[in-house]
Ligand binder design. Structure first.
Ligand SMILES: [Zn+2]
Length: 591
């Protein structure tokens, strides 16, 4: 957790215009700045940055927020990372909270530096020593260019038992530590020796570019084909995606990622210019891997080898990506090909063709299941439907989920109601068929949900200029509004004016911890920006709210009068109610 004081300090010392203009060109337009929105495609600029209020807003796609929100969205960062980035730009140091285990931190740092040393050693051995001749000719035979070897820092672990061990010893790494780092192993005799011997080395980087582990491949068809780093304090196989450190930027630019299985499946297309690609280093994607990708894109193309395509592990990987809200497509390669061989033997264009022909995960899984459970009997039908529903149940968006159920019903000629009944069994207690309204995300503009248009615009005026607040107070007795949310937010805005004598909305939304309310504030501000005759609009809003309020009170009074009639209440009380009613009617015509 970064302390609030620090966050406010950062907001005080940064200018949203300066930060955003570091990403996109801004043009001055009156008090604000305009640009083409970086978050949706457009030709006329509807993206606005306000230096007074320290927020941005897009009238086209409703993106908006303070400087952190912009950097999070643009750089696809988590909040703490965005804060760190902006803090660095502002020259503010974020105090580190004491690590839970300071010893563990330094061990991790030490492993990183041992991995660096090892990478350097293997890379040097490959490029500069005769012992690597076999490895060099092997890589050449596989079609790997020298520039790729250099870029990916490929290496060669020489034959023998202690070449690296001796090198590392001279660098001051002791055998016990090297074993914990996963670089050596201990034999039955209790002695250490090199984990990787006579193999081509693929250093594995995390997405920040630090070397966390290694994959090592034999030069022939010996077994095991690959030896990998074991789990260490810095490496967990399922937490990384091979290549992401080189391709993250391109994945974001193309807004799509191709996921392959192995090192070579990554390397060959990458070398041939396919730059939005990563390797999962396993048949099934893990949740952690999928989450890593979330910052860069929501669109995945999985490339399966025909050998592993139908395996349940592959299908499980699909489900994981689907459940994390990705648009998932699958590209199946022709029999006998993996991406490595495909590019090497048929050229990268053929590979790209396969990617272009990728199909939606739904159709893919359906085809796999259909060839698995052949026949049109009820049993196979039930099996296919059951497995398809397991995936569909994981689609987080209720609208898409409903579409998939419809599609499945159509494909299989089954009543959709029957499928819904089955889905409910998968997620007990959750009514998926009516879940749509419950799943509106935080980013959905909440216009009309808990605050009406007139109230929203009044809030917008209140954010713009303090004089509007005085008028609201004068014309609109607080109890006039039956809407609590409006009163609460107006109170928040008033307090901010009182405290700061101006409104930095960037700071204001940061102080409001409720996402929904932040959204209303941002929408409110945007709602009055395009208004030309502000005074007239303001008066209309006041009038509208008064009328709504009167209508509400009249209705309540009507009900009370009707009840008084029914209960034969004494005449005096009834007359009192009636005169109150007439008073309200008069007020209504005055408004
Ligand atoms: Zn936009």
């Amino acid at each position: 957790m970064i302390p609030d004081e620090i966050i406010n300090q950062i907001l005080d010392r940064t200018d949203i215009v300066e930060i955003i203009s570091g990403y996109i060109p801004l043009k001055r337009a009156g008090r604000n700045f305009r640009a083409n929105c970086p978050f949706h495609h457009e030709k006329t600029p509807s993206f606005m940055v306000s230096p007074d209020k320290q927020i941005f807003h897009c009238f086209g796609c409703a993106a908006g927020g303070n400087v952190f929100a912009f950097v999070m969205k643009y750089e696809r960062l988590e909040f703490p990372e965005a804060v760190e980035l902006i803090a660095a730009k502002a020259g503010i140091e974020i105090p580190r909270t004491q690590a839970a285990n300071p010893g563990a931190r330094s061990e991790a740092a030490k492993i990183h530096s041992a991995n660096e040393a090892a990478t350097h050693f293997y890379h040097y051995t490959l490029l500069k020593t005769d012992s690597a001749n076999d490895a060099v000719s092997y890589l050449k035979k596989r079609g790997i260019k020298e520039e790729t070897i250099k870029k990916l820092k490929l290496g060669y672990a020489p034959q023998g038992w202690d070449a690296f061990l001796n090198f590392a010893g001279k660098k001051g790494f002791d055998p016990g530590f090297l074993q914990r780092a996963g670089l050596t192993v201990t034999g039955k005799d209790g002695n250490s020796y090199d984990r990787f011997r006579h193999r081509v080395i693929f250093p594995i980087h995390d997405n920040k570019g630090k070397i966390v582990g290694f994959g090592a491949r034999v030069l022939d068809e010996a077994f095991p084909k690959y030896v990998n780093s074991p789990q260490t304090p810095v490496y967990n196989k399922g937490n990384n995606l091979y290549g992401l450190n080189w391709t993250a930027q391109h994945i974001r630019e193309k807004d799509s990622v191709i996921i392959v299985e192995g090192y070579m499946d990554f390397l060959m297309p990458f070398q041939a210019g396919v730059d939005n690609i990563v390797a999962s280093l396993g048949t099934a994607l893990t949740v952690e891997q999928v989450k890593l990708l979330k910052r860069f894109t929501k669109n995945i193309v999985m490339v399966f080898d025909p050998d592993t395509a139908g395996e349940s592990a592959s299908l499980r990987g699909l489900d994981i990506a689907v459940s994390e809200s990705f648009n998932v497509k699958v590209a199946a390669l022709p029999q006998g090909f993996d991406p490595d061989r495909m590019v090497r033997e048929q050229g990268v264009e053929k590979f790209k063709e396969c990617i272009d022909k990728s199909i939606d995960f739904f159709d893919y899984k359906y085809n796999v299941l259909k060839s698995k459970h052949k026949g049109s009997d009820i049993n196979s039908k039930a099996k296919i439907a059951g497995e398809m529903l397991l995936t569909i149940a994981k689609v987080p968006n209720a609208v898409s989920r409903s579409e998939y159920v419809k599609k499945l019903a159509q494909y299989m000629d089954i009543d959709p109601q029957a499928l819904w009944a089955e889905i409910k069994k998968i997620k007990p207690g959750q009514d998926t068929s009516t879940g749509v309204s419950l799943e509106i995300s935080d980013s959905t503009p909440s216009s009309g949900v808990c605050i009406n248009v007139a109230e929203k615009m009044l809030l917008g005026f209140a954010l713009e200029d303090f004089s509007f607040i005085e008028q609201i107070r004068k014309h609109l007795n607080v109890r006039h509004s039956e809407n609590d949310e409006f009163n609460i937010l107006l109170g928040v805005v008033c307090d901010f004016w009182d405290q700061h004598k101006n409104i930095n909305i960037g700071k204001l939304v940061n102080s409001i911890k409720d996402q929904r309310r932040c959204r209303i504030i941002l929408d409110a501000y945007a709602s009055t920006q395009e208004v030309t005759d502000k005074d007239k609009c303001f008066k209309d809003c006041i009038k509208n709210i008064k009328q709504t309020d009167l209508k509400f009170r009249l209705k309540a009074l009507q009900a009370e009068i009707a009840r008084a009639h029914d209960l034969k209440t004494d005449e005096e009380s009834l007359n009192k109610l009636l005169s109150e009613y007439n008073g309200l009617i008069r007020q209504k015509t005055e408004v």
